[in-house]
Design a protein around this ligand. Structure first.
Ligand SMILES: Nc1ncnc2c1ncn2[C@@H]1O[C@H](COP(=O)(O)OP(=O)(O)OP(=O)(O)O)[C@@H](O)[C@H]1O
Length: 761
């Protein structure tokens, strides 16, 4: 006993030292920030933008140092050479640059996650530090090399027995898994498991697909991998940025604390619906229409729609200018179109060549009528006059219209004749499903169509290209300058010269890489992470891949949980067309979320429904995790409300954790909401603010459809009428059943779906 206490005391001293260092760094950064701010708004514009850039730098650093407060240090490795290495959220060094704390992402920390007794990797003992606030409340040891440990100096018999007795490394993991849920995802940095670590540290290059059943940590792994890549490849990624795509805003809110707690704030997180700058795609859509819009074939449809706006008129158009007549003939237009297309440039850019060509032809007609030789500068004036003549402009526009993506897609989806011409592969019924009103809002499935159109249309970029050349020259001078500033200010290493130059250069509101990337459709990211990737359509994949020409991606998902009709049933079907052979597959096989009995039942149901389920073993059993209540239809809502009340009474814990969800079809939820009202659990009381459709993650109770609950988790789930959920989609039921961390309560009047029917009380 005394041994443990003195051990804890020793660890406390070390941890105190680490927090002391953290506090000192915070104070130092605050001081530097204050210094910079004291400079005030005076000085040359150059000085001001430098000051702003450094202020941002210190603000970011301070935010990072603040974010790592909780469990700053969580591990210790005792090495065979007698050294001890502490593992934590960030790296810390003392004044002499000696390492005090090793960043969990550093190569030197890898053994913390990977070493085993069979392959100790130079590690004698792995220790998990259990902390509350800044206090060390426990340690949990795994001895990996008994021989070395037994012969180690300074261990008395007591200590040896205690260490050897504490062989299990599962305590910290199981404690993390059993903790009450707060409605926000937490990081798993202290308990990453070896199969997860291998994925997190996998090579940056190419696309890595992580397939895993529900609760295997795919989201957690994807986020930790983003943090790892930003650490290991900071130079490559800090300027190009990392993009994370999630299935919904609610989901993004659910995970939004994880990366900051890992010291990373620069990742652009968004959904497919928000990926086209300037378009808020919040319109609701029929699933069948969304499925059609998601088909790969729509790329050809959009391409045809563009081509059909480059067209030869049936008749010639005569235009009178200064008493002379020029004629826009079908044959001239035809050959000008053919020549303009030869350059293989986007529509709006190729249009410049088309117009130039046509004006040349018309000018030639005009000159011929003059009957004398015209000097080149006068010829230019003639071309200019033709260009500004209204009738000429109309005739040329009719042949080759400048287009915006929004205009093109709106026309395609609102004009039956245009859609029929562009999409002959679709049946009449399918086309009718796509047609909508001109003023209907954009839907998520429209976004990839807009992006496809934008790609084919391009911008009229003559001015833009000249600007680009000028910018490139200025840029290299700026980077040189930033490098010199960094060296002379002693901040070398804190940030790259390129990034600092970006910040110097940005005038007006200072934009981070993430902000600039999010506002620019043509931005190409250094890495893209996609969560719930099984839901993306073929068209969405085309859009995403455009944003990462290197194909450096982390794609996580579960093809058994697919609910979107346009989503993936097999990874190869979806990914081969866009990634060819440049993707590799990893699998996660351990379910950390759901109690074994619940996970097993969900798997049986999914197999019976012929979903492509992955093999899954569950990390823990929880007593009484699965119960069924078979009731009459009139009692369904009331019994569900009783279950909710019982669940709320048991889940709350002292830390504010504990979340309950009612999952079912939208209709079933309406009834339950009324029943909850009648037993005093009204949505508006302080005790229970039942989640709205936009899922109030902080509410102790949420009422959601399975799709809204996708990717989320709750302590207890009350599942209403599984047969109705199954009727919508087996993937929906599989998702719904695998949300709880402690218990699933199934309330049903109809017979249970296959796979569950043997379970009923
Ligand atoms: N190594 C780990 N240590 C502690 N907790 C873990 C670990 N791995 C996963 N978890 C926890 O398990 C739960 C499920 O993880 P996560 O949400 O990442 O799974 P998922 O595979 O994305 O699930 P789904 O497919 O259902 O969305 C989370 O609470 C997560 O924190």
């Amino acid at each position: 006993m005394a041994g443990i206490e003195s051990e804890l005391r020793r660890e406390q001293e070390t941890v105190d030292g680490l927090y002391g260092r953290l506090d000192a760094l915070r104070a130092q950064t605050r001081e530097r920030l204050a210094d910079v701010r004291r400079g005030g708004p005076s000085g040359s514009p150059q000085n001001r933008s430098e000051r702003d850039a450094f202020a941002t730098l210190y603000e970011d650093r301070l935010a990072q140092l603040e974010a790592v407060e909780d469990r700053l240090a969580f591990g210790r490795l005792d090495l065979s050479d007698g050294d001890a290495r502490y593992i934590g959220r960030i790296g810390l060094t003392d004044d002499e640059h000696a390492s005090m704390l090793t960043d969990w992402r550093a190569p030197a920390a890898q053994a913390f996650y990977r070493a085993t007794a069979a392959q100790p990797d130079g590690v004698v003992r792995r220790r998990h530090l259990v902390t509350r606030g800044r206090a060390v409340t426990g340690v949990e040891d795994e001895v990996l090399d008994l021989d070395v440990l037994a012969s180690a100096d300074g261990l008395d018999a007591d200590q040896r027995e205690r260490l050897i007795g504490g062989l299990s490394g599962e305590g910290a993991l199981l404690a993390a898994l059993a903790a009450g849920r707060t409605g926000r995802m937490g990081d798993i940095v202290a308990t990453i498991q070896a199969e997860q670590d291998t994925i997190i540290r996998s090579d940056l290059h190419g696309a890595l697909v992580v397939q895993g059943g529900p609760g295997t940590g795919k989201t957690a792994v994807a986020l930790h991998r983003a943090a790892y890549l930003l650490y290991a490849h900071r130079r490559t990624l800090e300027r190009s940025g990392v993009l994370l795509i999630g299935p919904s805003r609610t989901f993004l809110r659910y995970i939004d604390q994880v990366l900051p707690s890992l010291g990373e704030t620069g990742v652009v997180t968004t959904t497919i619906s928000e990926l086209f700058p300037g378009v808020a795609a919040d319109g609701a859509e029929d699933e069948a229409a969304a499925e059609i819009k998601g088909r790969a074939l729509m790329a050809r449809v959009v391409e045809r729609a563009v081509r059909q706006r480059e067209r030869v008129p049936r008749e010639a158009t005569e235009v009178r200018i200064d008493g002379r007549t020029v004629v826009v003939t079908p044959s001239d237009v035809q050959s000008a179109i053919a020549r303009a297309r030869r350059g293989h440039r986007p529509h709006n850019q190729a249009r410049v060549a088309f117009v130039r060509d046509m004006l040349g032809r018309l000018a030639a007609q005009y000159v011929e009528q003059l009957g004398w030789e015209v000097p080149p500068d006068e010829r230019g004036e003639i071309v200019e006059e033709l260009r500004t003549t209204r009738e000429v402009r109309i005739a040329l526009n009719l042949a080759w219209m400048p287009l915006t993506p929004q205009g093109l897609v709106t026309d395609l989806l609102t004009k039956p004749a245009r859609l029929a011409a562009a999409a002959p592969e679709l049946s009449r019924r399918e086309r009718d499903l796509l047609l909508r009103d001109r003023d209907a809002p954009w839907t998520p499935a429209d976004v990839p169509l807009l992006d496809e159109a934008a790609e084919l249309l391009g911008e009229d970029d003559q001015a833009a290209r000249a600007q680009e050349r000028a910018d490139a020259a200025r840029r290299s001078a700026e980077v040189d300058y930033a490098r010199r500033v960094l060296q002379s200010s002693g901040n070398d290493g804190l940030v790259s010269a390129e990034l600092l130059a970006d910040r110097f250069a940005s005038s007006g509101p200072r934009l981070t890489t993430a902000e600039r990337a999010a506002a620019d459709r043509t931005w190409t990211y250094g890495h893209v992470v996609v969560d719930e990737a099984q839901e993306l359509s073929a068209m969405a994949w085309r859009m995403l891949v455009r944003r990462v020409p290197t194909r450096s991606m982390t794609i996580v998902g579960d093809v058994a949980q697919t609910t979107a009709r346009a989503g993936a049933r097999r990874w190869a079907d979806m990914l081969d067309p866009v990634l060819r052979t440049s993707w590799r597959l990893s699998e996660l096989t351990v379910n950390y979320r759901t109690p074994a009995a619940v996970a097993d039942a969900a798997q049986r149901m999914a197999r019976a429904a012929r979903l492509p389920v992955s093999t899954l073993t569950s990390a823990r059993e929880v007593p009484d995790a699965l119960r069924f209540a078979h009731v009459g239809p009139e009692d369904l809502a009331r019994v569900a409300a009783d279950e909710v009340r019982a669940a709320l009474a048991v889940v709350g814990d002292a830390s504010g954790g504990g979340r309950v969800a009612v999952l079912g079809t939208a209709d079933a939820l309406v009834d339950v909401r009324a029943a909850l009202d009648s037993v005093g659990l009204t949505p508006d009381t302080a005790e229970v603010r039942a989640g709205s459709r936009a899922a109030d993650l902080d509410a102790p109770l949420s009422l959601l459809t399975p799709r809204e609950a996708k990717g989320l988790e709750f302590d207890v789930v009350v599942l209403l009428e599984p047969a109705d959920v199954l009727a919508a989609s087996a993937g929906d039921l599989y998702v719904a059943m695998t949300r709880p961390t402690r218990a699933l309560r199934v309330v049903h009047a109809a017979p249970l779906p296959r796979g569950l029917d043997a379970e009923r009380d």
